[in-house]
Design a protein around this ligand. Structure first.
Ligand SMILES: Nc1ncnc2c1ncn2[C@@H]1O[C@H](COP(=O)(O)OP(=O)(O)OP(=O)(O)O)[C@@H](O)[C@H]1O
Ligand SMILES: [Mg+2]
Length: 598
């Protein structure tokens, strides 16, 4: 199976949230809408006599029977079996139920009968034993071992950053810092050739995450509650109250990333506590210090390894807990801090974005990681028979948001090369023809100027009308494309079609293959000019025949017309050509006859 036709799903099964994305061939990954109002769903499970329910359904059922509810099966992966309700459940069955739900939702959303491979991500530091549990859970979910791949969360995140154009340059190093609900993972990476990463240093803590911050805040709440009423902490620890309190505490923590203070309601009472950001920061300082220390350790390990560059470190932060401003400013003592993309879906998308040419995953567990270079090297020369390619008319303000292809890649006509974000929606720029890409120079963040040549594709000899079409955006996206102006002869029109933003498109994802022809607007071929050449050539060929010059000029006009028409010659031009050839033959015969006869 080729990269172009492969259909892959990546599931980021997290401690508190699970996210997923799928990718068809080389198209932009599509995020599976798992949440009620967002891309992720709770990783929670609820199990009773009637079976296992997961995600939001589990969260809704928890008040009925709190002891049948587990909000984080991932954090209990070492336990073999866990007690929910009145029985013990194998952990594989609980995780498998979450994976099955996500898999089915992704199939429904994509409209595909099945995915060719399913990638599950895991914290870097997971033991083989834990990864084994994940594989068995996948089997329980109906994902066969042959289709299963596993990948590290940090490396998946690294692919995402590179794909979005944030590659390391020179002797820089990338440090992926993933601070989620249950774990804190740090990996220092350098590029190993064009397609690989090498992890030169890693660190992390499988028992440090947002849940620890929640626990610290809950302790503070209970201490404050005891001041109000010594009996209150016991009431707040009762199952139903504890569930509600956990929600209030987590919401307050998340709010404090944006606000100076947050209220925490004490369930079952009329009391509310006010927590300021300053108090919160002093509470979580030890956790922040620990996270920074883990990062320094990982960089020190990379330095000690002695492999690769030792230049500046750019710390790419992901995971929900990395939203905390105090943490980000503490990390800036280690290197420049960057935060790219929605942390909930960085890993799920990144797991799909390894090199298009290398399939390095191994179902048995050994992994090597590859990534697409953002800035492919320009070749010294471009094949003379190749065609230069340029931006067609693009809406003003369109900016390259993603680069999907690279120089040296063999593409099919219509294959996406880049995505553009414009005020009227997301657009995809397609290869105008099949062939090998040369000197492709597409960089995220660059404004797309119509007519600017950005590469070449070839060698191939396709006719202009086969090249591409300008498509309207699909329903739901109000992209109105301006009419295409005449294209420069060297720059055939590119396919550009609207594509919904990755989040929640209506129904099945368009974008790959291109959107339905119902809304398609073909760029009109400029046939009127060609016909003029044909007509003038024909008139000169017939009327000009009495004088030799008329035939010569008629032939010249016809040949110019043919040249400009490239593949699209039409009957008028061909008639003019025939008449002028006959005229030329007649004149040559006449000349030979007149010489011969003296
Ligand atoms: N704005 C915010 N400020 C602080 N914490 C936040 C914010 N948003 C989310 N979080 C916390 O981030 C955690 C969830 O992050 P994420 O979804 O990345 O974790 P996960 O993938 O489930 O966990 P892990 O990767 O550790 O298995 C939760 O503890 C949540 O409360
Ligand atoms: Mg995570």
């Amino acid at each position: 199976m080729t990269q172009e036709s492969r259909r892959r799903l990546c599931i980021d099964f997290g401690t508190s949230n699970t996210a997923a994305a799928y990718r068809i061939g080389l198209a932009e990954p599509v995020i599976v809408p798992l949440g009620a109002g967002g891309p992720a769903m709770p990783s929670a499970v609820f199990a009773d006599d009637s079976g296992i329910v997961v995600g939001h359904d589990a969260v809704h059922r928890r008040v009925q029977a709190p002891d049948a509810y587990e909000d984080s099966p991932k954090s209990r992966i070492d336990e073999g079996e866990i007690e929910l309700g009145d029985r013990f459940w194998p952990i594989e069955d609980l995780i498998g139920a979450v994976l099955r739900h996500v898999h089915r939702t992704a199939l429904r959303h994509s409209g595909l009968p099945e995915f060719d491979s399913i990638i599950l991500t895991h914290p870097d530091k997971w033991s083989e034993r834990r990864k084994g549990v994940l594989r068995r859970a996948a089997e329980r979910a109906g994902i066969s071992a042959g289709r299963l791949r596993i990948a590290s969360e940090s490396l998946a995140a690294a692919w995402y950053y590179v794909y979005r154009g944030h590659d390391v340059a020179g002797d820089e190093r990338m440090c992926v810092f993933d601070f989620g609900a249950g774990t804190c993972d740090v990996a220092v990476l350098i590029r190993a050739g064009a397609d690989d990463f090498t992890v030169t240093g890693s660190g992390g803590d499988n028992n440090l995450g947002g849940r620890d911050l929640d626990a610290r805040m809950t302790r503070w709440v209970l201490e404050e509650a005891a001041e109000i009423d010594p009996e209150l902490p016991a009431r707040l620890r009762a199952p139903a109250a504890a569930i509600a309190l956990a929600d209030h505490v987590r919401s307050a923590k998340e709010a404090l990333s944006d606000t100076a203070q947050a209220a925490i309601e004490l369930p079952g009472t009329r009391h509310t506590l006010l927590l300021t950001r300053r108090e919160f920061e002093s509470m979580i300082a030890p956790f922040v210090d620990r996270a920074v220390e883990l990062t320094r350790d990982a960089i020190a390990r990379a330095d000690a390894a002695g492999t690769g560059p030792k230049g500046p470190v750019i710390v790419y932060v992901t995971g929900g807990t990395s939203s905390i401003p105090m943490l980000q400013s503490a990390l800036s003592s280690v290197g420049r801090v960057a935060r790219i993309g929605d942390p909930k879906v960085v890993v799920a998308q990144g797991g799909l974005l390894r090199s298009t040419n290398v399939d390095v995953h191994d179902a048995a567990g050994a992994q090597q990681y590859a990534a697409r270079p953002a800035d492919p090297p320009r070749p010294a020369t471009v094949d003379a028979s190749a065609r230069r390619i340029a931006f067609p008319t693009v809406p003003s303000g369109a900016v390259i948001s993603g680069v999907l292809a690279r120089s040296g890649q063999v593409v099919r006509a219509g294959e996406p090369l880049a995505t553009l974000d414009s005020p009227s929606g997301r657009l995809t720029l397609d290869a105008p023809m099949a062939g090998t890409l040369h000197g492709l120079d597409l960089r995220p963040g660059v404004v797309a100027q119509p007519g600017v040549v950005f590469g070449a594709v070839g060698p191939a000899d396709l006719r202009p009308e086969q090249w591409s079409q300008l498509h309207r955006a699909p329903a739901g996206i109000s992209a109105t494309q301006p009419a295409a102006p005449p294209q420069p002869a060297y720059a055939p029109p590119q396919a550009i079609h609207g594509q919904p933003q990755p989040s929640y498109p209506p129904g099945r994802q368009p974008g790959y293959p291109p959107v339905s022809p119902a809304g398609a607007q073909p760029i009109p071929a400029s046939s009127s000019g060609i016909n003029t050449y044909g007509l003038v050539g024909l008139i000169l060929g017939i009327l000009g025949f009495p004088i030799c010059l008329g035939t010569i000029v008629g032939m010249a006009v016809t040949l110019i017309g043919i040249n400009r028409a490239e593949g699209q010659r039409g009957p008028l031009l061909m008639t003019a050509l025939g008449v002028n050839i006959l005229g030329t033959i007649a004149w040559i015969a006449l000349l030979i006859w007149s010489f011969a006869s003296g």
